[in-house]
Design a protein around this ligand. Structure first.
Ligand code: GLN
Length: 202
């Protein structure tokens, strides 16, 4: 039997503790990744929500961008929620001119896509990948996926007030991303799903 994997949670900014609690609830070891050396030996990485442009700046200032980019290009399993999704995208719309992204996933993501009136909302989403019961999804100034390229599977989409339907949960191999925040609800199925990806069983 495989020993319990070690999951790193990027801890430079954002909703870090909630992801740590969620992974602990799944029964795995977790490490806060605050410095480049903290990447050593992790089996998977979570990029929490927060502010993608700030995350980008801090990762650069702390000399973490290049080591992280290398690990991601080597296929380290990764899960990005909200701002984390933005950082994983190949292309980002409505961001700052100096913002970068890792390009791990073959997709275009639009920042703050749901607009002002509905900055934050919750909804129950059917996501077959995590089971039959709908998943309570919390969106906070969330991005959506504007376009997916080859290799990206759409796990679920949302239709906004204007009738536009866009993906909000996607997977490409060992990379997973959601527009919403599963760490803010008690349902651990999304974190369990990421764990199965890390363990090679999903
Ligand atoms: N709007 C934020 C950004 O652009 C993301 C919001 C979030 O992570 N909750 O990075």
């Amino acid at each position: 039997m495989m020993t319990a994997p070690l999951i790193g949670v990027l801890d430079v900014q954002g909703a870090v503790t909630e992801h740590i609690d969620a992974m602990h609830a799944c029964g795995v070891d977790v490490r806060r990744v605050r410095l480049a050396r903290d990447f050593d030996g992790i089996d998977g990485l979570i990029i929490p929500g927060g502010e993608s442009t700030t995350l980008c700046k801090l990762l650069t200032i702390f000399d973490m961008w290049n080591p992280m980019a290398k690990l991601l290009s080597e296929g380290l399993p990764v899960y990005g929620s909200c701002a984390g999704m933005i950082l994983l995208a190949k292309e980002v719309l409505d961001t700052r001119a100096d913002a970068r992204s890792f390009g791990t996933m073959n997709m275009t993501v639009r920042r703050n896509a749901f607009g002002r009136q509905v900055d934050s909302f919750e909804t129950d989403l059917p996501i077959a990948a995590v089971g039959d019961e709908p998943f309570r999804a919390v969106f906070i100034r969330a991005p959506w996926v504007e376009e997916v390229g080859e290799g990206v599977d759409v796990l679920c989409s949302v239709t906004d007030a204007q009738g536009r339907t866009n993906p909000v949960a996607v997977r490409q191999g060992a990379a997973l991303a959601t527009s919403f925040h599963p760490e803010l609800v008690a349902d651990r199925r999304f974190h369990q799903y990421f764990l199965s990806i890390v363990q090679g069983t999903a």
